[in-house]
Ligand binder design. Structure first.
Ligand code: GTP
Length: 170
């Protein structure tokens, strides 16, 4: 499918290992879920052509590796991207703390849009409340969404918001 003659919107997914970045991308791009875990090495990207605010846009979604040893790639990937999707697992408190710590990484966070996703809401044993995440967002000007890559809850809405933020940034 041909896209409009504008450069692709580049969206980066960031978060600790295993929080569900690849799964969210797979849900958004292919509407599929796989319960098997395959760690991302370095970074992967997918392209999707979609309709946004009456325009056809090409989106490049970058899935970064959560593993500590791969995080040195982080800064290079921020270059040229239009929005960052920060992902944590609502059942793992440390994954929320890790995301909050990474927020300072881009050169100018005030000018660089973020969207925060609390994923795996389908699971029991929640450790991070929606209120806690929303309070963090209120300080950082990011929007918060609750998602489940497994059952699809909230995924379309969260990516739509990220795309809109990216479009405004382009
Ligand atoms: P890295 O590549 O290591 O950074 O991991 P990742 O953040 O890409 O996580 P990934 O998508 O590979 O998911 C890790 C595991 O969690 C897999 O077994 C997924 O099936 C599972 N998973 C991801 N999202 C969800 C979800 O919303 N609900 C449930 N129950 N499991 C999920």
């Amino acid at each position: 499918m041909a896209s409009a003659g504008r450069p692709p919107l580049k969206i980066l997914l960031v978060g600790s290992a295993g929080v569900g970045k690849s799964s969210l991308m797979n849900r958004f791009v292919h509407n599929r879920f796989c319960s098997r875990y395959r760690a991302t090495i370095g970074a992967d990207f997918f392209t999707k052509v979609t309709e946004l605010e009456g325009q056809r846009v090409t989106v490049q979604l970058w899935d970064t590796a959560g593993a500590e040893r791969c995080q040195s790639l982080g800064m290079a990937l921020y270059q040229g991207s239009h929005c960052c999707v920060l992902v944590f697992d609502v059942t793992v408190a440390a994954s929320f703390q890790a995301v909050a710590a990474r927020q300072a990484e881009p050169p100018n966070p005030k000018l660089f849009p973020f969207v925060l996703l609390g994923n795996k809401t389908d699971l029991p044993g929640r450790q991070v409340s929606a209120q806690e995440a929303e309070e963090w967002c209120a300080q950082t000007q990011a929007q918060y969404f609750e998602t489940s890559a497994k059952d699809g809850t909230g995924v379309a809405l969260a990516f739509q918001s990220a795309l809109q933020a990216a479009l405004r940034q382009q």
